[in-house]
Design a protein around this ligand. Sequence first.
Ligand code: GLP
Length: 259
Amino acid sequence: MEIVILGSSKQIGKLAADAIEDLVRHKPNAVLGLATGSSPLPVYDELADRHEGGLDFSQASAFTLDEYVGLPAGHPESYREVIRREFTNRVNIAPENVHGPDGTAQDIPAACQAYEEAIAAAGGVDLQLLGVGTDGHLAFNEPGSSFASRTRIKSLIEQTRRDNARFFNSLAEVPHHVLTQGLGTIMEARHVILLATGAQKAQAVRDFVEGPVSAICPASVLQFHPHATVLLDEAAASALKLADFYRHTYDNKPAWQGL
Ligand code: GLP
């Protein structure tokens, strides 16, 4: 796991966008893994700017991590709509190349299976953006999720519903159920970039970066990922024991290595 501590979320957005730009230039039909939440927004803003400057996504495709169950199609807080609004409508990814788990499906297990098959048929995810929940969740894999899990229905922990209530009119409106790529699914992405900013993430960051690998902290599974990059601001990095070592390592990294 590579830990990079930067001064601002704008810098984090630029560095993650550099990795995505590099990928899309070398592999125009790249498969991007997109995350919702506020953490990736600076990346999407940066990519939208670069698209205005000519960065082309016309052959790329995208898979989102998760979705609420029970929100009507087109609900502004469904992740399908959020991703459309925050990113894919602002670049030239073909709408038919943007995929998400179907939270409106009648047959949920079949929809989850179909999603796994769609990711596999696309050749797997090249670069997956991730955030982390204050409880250490990845996508909507709450504490206790199996490290081998695949796309499936999950129940949200109350802490997550409260965290996400800011996007709804009231806590009561936040769904209790979600569809989410499993930890096993996420671990198959060839490169994962997790972004975390703000003091409210400091404990979760310390737990998954430096704590034991354990299902109680789902993001700790990334300690087993062969190519995981963690981009943090100072506040999110503030509880890390080896922060100085991570800074020194990054400052002295050979330029040719990239992320
Ligand atoms: C939600 C999403 C996660 C996201 C998390 C953190 O629960 N399902 O994918 O990582 O929120 O969100 P934020 O980046 O807004 O802190």
